[in-house]
Design a protein around this ligand. Structure first.
Ligand SMILES: NC(=O)c1ccc[n+]([C@@H]2O[C@H](COP(=O)([O-])OP(=O)(O)OC[C@H]3O[C@@H](n4cnc5c(N)ncnc54)[C@H](O)[C@@H]3O)[C@@H](O)[C@H]2O)c1
Length: 255
């Protein structure tokens, strides 16, 4: 796999998985522009400090992004222990807003990778709701729809990861047909990053212990980076609209 000559935008670059994706992308020859609300503690080719939960902040920062972008990796995310409106804004609405705003800078063959989660695995149970939300055309329209159809606070993380998988499939199909841009999502199982403790608090001890019995261990962040960058590479040129589990086989244990 080579990423030489590619410019890749990576959000959530200042911690955990986003940081490891950035390191590996540079190792494979990419030019990496990182995005995060916190300062980055690694070497990058460019960095944009930005609150991805705010359309105003995203719009104001657009002129800082490169004119040509070959891949966008949307790794920024907040856990479900925070307010559901914030989870909606960062994990779904803001992600969509930034992605749509960058599309015109993406040439044919470009790729987008969205971070879903194994916790989004139950999307088929709510597919009609998520499909309706996916059809909202803007951040504001999505927010208005969510005000009328509120997501549950306790499971808001799962809800918006499910929604992201459904949007990725629907929009990904369209983007590949119309623009030759590939959009996919990845669904990691538990990963050793600063957010992991929040997941334990969010899911409760019983669920965590049940899952622990079904897997070798949580992943290391660098074990997630390779498959993400494969999806960004030209080797994945016929892969579009999928949700790729990267979970050491955990999802297979739910059968
Ligand atoms: N760690 C896990 O177990 C796990 C499992 C499945 C999915 N995920 C998903 O993987 C992605 C990366 O998670 P991680 O484990 O690296 O978490 P992390 O907390 O280590 O990193 C998340 C990054 O997102 C940034 N971020 C959060 N809100 C932001 C905002 N409003 N604007 C800009 N940046 C913002 C944070 O500053 C941080 O750098 C997330 O989308 C997460 O939901 C994580």
């Amino acid at each position: 796999m080579t990423l030489a000559g590619k410019t890749i935008v990576i959000t959530g670059v200042s911690s955990g998985i986003g940081g490891e994706v950035a390191r590996l992308a540079r190792f494979h020859g990419a030019t990496v522009i990182g995005v995060d609300r916190n300062d980055a503690m690694l070497t990058l080719d460019g960095f944009i400090k930005l609150d991805l939960g705010s359309t105003e902040a995203i719009d104001a920062a657009l002129l800082l992004f490169p004119d040509k972008i070959h891949a966008v990796v949307n790794a920024a995310g907040v856990p479900g222990t925070t307010d559901k409106d914030l989870v909606a804004r960062v994990n779904y609405l803001g992600l969509r807003h930034l992605t749509e705003a960058l599309l015109d800078r993406m040439p044919k063959g470009a790729a987008i990778v969205n971070f879903a989660s194994i916790l989004g695995a139950e999307w088929p149970k709510r597919v009609d709701i998520h499909r309706t939300l996916a059809k909202t055309n803007s951040f504001a329209e999505g927010q208005a729809w969510l005000a009328a159809n509120p997501a549950p606070q306790e499971t808001c993380y799962q809800y918006f990861k499910e929604a992201l998988i459904v949007w990725t499939m629907m929009r990904g199909h369209q983007l590949f047909l119309e623009r030759d841009i590939r959009m996919n999502s990845v669904a990691p199982g538990p990963v050793f990053t600063p957010i992991l403790g929040d997941f334990v608090a969010m899911l409760g001890q019983d669920r965590v212990e049940a899952d622990a019995g079904k897997m070798k261990r949580p992943a290391l962040a660098d074990e997630i980076a390779g498959p993400v960058l494969f999806l960004c590479s030209d080797d994945a040129r016929w892969v579009a609209g999928i949700n790729l589990p990267i979970d050491g086989g955990l999802a297979a244990a739910y059968l």
